[in-house]
Design a protein around this ligand. Structure first.
Ligand SMILES: NC(=O)c1ccc[n+]([C@@H]2O[C@H](COP(=O)([O-])OP(=O)(O)OC[C@H]3O[C@@H](n4cnc5c(N)ncnc54)[C@H](OP(=O)(O)O)[C@@H]3O)[C@@H](O)[C@H]2O)c1
Length: 381
């Protein structure tokens, strides 16, 4: 059904997306061979994954100790780039957080390999470059993130004629919190997402709606749709993952319970659809009303800021992305208040000296610069 066995390299195997990807692989043992696994610090989990899936190539920093102890499972240490370029790897899955996956993504695309993209930061950092590279080398991005994945599904079989993309947002954990209460929001409160279970960085980005801005940027690049034809709408139930309105006024929506394994499986098996009894089913009666609200930009200053800087060409989006990563880290570490994330990012962006048409190295440097600027601003306080 799924065709021949697909060799995969999974970057970020121990995270929220990584573990859910392996859950899909576990459900279809005859369809995938795990050739490479990469993670960073969660060595116990990584080690149990290596034992179960027996990847030939592995990478895990493991607090500087590395992966020598995994030799007994037939694993050998590899760089991320060598892993994605391995002959047995047909599909690369980027499920790391931040900019780590950018260089291996470039290597994979240059080798004409498809990339199942969860890691939206890499496309924010270098969207123009990556999409051009994919075209030049006949490679494709398979969007794994639920909103771009929904748009991808809606566009399937269509001859474009797109009027607008409508990206839905749950509104995040802070949707009902008053402006006064926002000043004292703790990381624990902000980490409680109403509908999705995700890693810490994206959960905070969802609370500020920075994540939604990143999805607008991601969708602009992946689907080649002008900025003014991409709208964001609050949809608290997270059942409709996004919609496409076509020129004739017809609107297609992709719906399913909020479970990332759904878009992950779609991307892994594309263009086939597979039955998987482990995935929840949509029950319209139990779900009840699906509601929509206007997104109030004044409640989400990070979204407004990201739309200002993230749409600019050159290194602006990269600097924003790096700064956001450091600001979220600082918030999670109790060093920055929730309400100070946006003003801190604004300060950083105002001092950015952008480079036009950057190389990927310059984009990564801009992201690092953004992170460093946040750190030094916080040290100066
Ligand atoms: N979670 C979701 O539902 C969701 C939905 C859509 C898109 N995304 C996107 O998917 C990406 C991953 O999100 P997540 O929520 O899964 O994050 P997460 O739970 O924090 O997991 C991040 C993963 O990246 C690994 N990693 C970090 N630094 C690394 C390095 N230097 N080398 C190799 N691996 C490294 C981590 O390894 P260790 O744990 O071993 O340190 C972990 O496996 C993000 O870009 C996010 O925006 C996530």
């Amino acid at each position: 059904m799924g065709g021949s066995v697909k060799g995969i390299a999974l970057l970020g195997s121990t995270g929220s997306i990584g573990t859910q990807t392996l859950d899909i692989v576990r459900s279809f043992p005859d369809d995938f061979r795990v050739v490479g696994l990469a993670a960073h610090r969660s060595f116990d989990l990584f080690s149990s994954q290596a034992k179960e899936f027996r990847p030939r190539l592995v990478s895990c920093d493991n607090n500087g100790v590395g992966v020598a102890s995994l030799k007994e499972f037939g694993c050998q240490e590899s760089s991320l780039e060598a892993m994605v370029l391995d002959d047995e790897v047909d599909l690369v899955i980027t499920a790391t957080v931040g900019g780590v996956a950018l260089e291996p993504t470039i290597a994979a695309l240059k080798a004409g390999k498809n990339v199942a993209l969860a890691n939206k930061e890499s496309i924010v950092i270098a969207g123009e470059y990556l999409t051009r590279l994919a075209k030049e080398h006949g490679a494709s991005f398979l969007p794994l993130d639920s909103e771009p994945n929904a748009i991808w599904q809606c566009l399937r079989g269509e001859n474009r004629a797109i009027e607008r993309l409508i990206i839905t947002a749950s509104g995040g954990a802070m949707r009902h919190v008053s402006a006064e209460e926002l000043a004292n929001v703790t990381p624990e409160q902000a980490l409680k997402h109403p509908t999705w279970k995700m890693g810490p960085k994206i959960t905070i980005d969802s609370a500020t709606l920075m994540n939604k801005a990143f999805e607008v940027i991601e969708s602009h690049w992946l689907f080649d749709v002008p900025w003014n034809q991409i709208d964001v709408l609050i949809h608290p139930q997270s059942i409709i993952h996004s919609m496409v309105e076509f020129e004739d006024g017809s609107v297609k929506a992709q719906m399913s319970p909020p479970d990332m394994r759904m878009p992950i499986q779609y991307a892994l098996f594309y263009p086939n659809r597979m039955k998987n009894g482990k995935l929840p089913r949509f029950d319209p009666i139990k779900t009840g009303a699906l509601t929509f609200e206007k997104m109030e930009p004044e409640r989400y200053p990070c979204f407004v800021l990201a739309m200002e800087y993230g749409r600019r060409p050159g290194t602006w989006p990269a600097a924003l992305c790096g700064a956001d990563e450091a600001a979220v880290d600082a918030f999670l570490a109790g060093k920055l208040r929730f309400v100070d994330i946006a003003p801190t990012l604004e300060k950083v962006m105002q001092s950015h000296e952008a480079i036009d048409a950057p190389t990927p190295e310059q984009s990564l440097e801009a992201a690092n610069w953004g992170s460093q600027r946040v750190v030094s601003l916080l040290e100066d306080v």
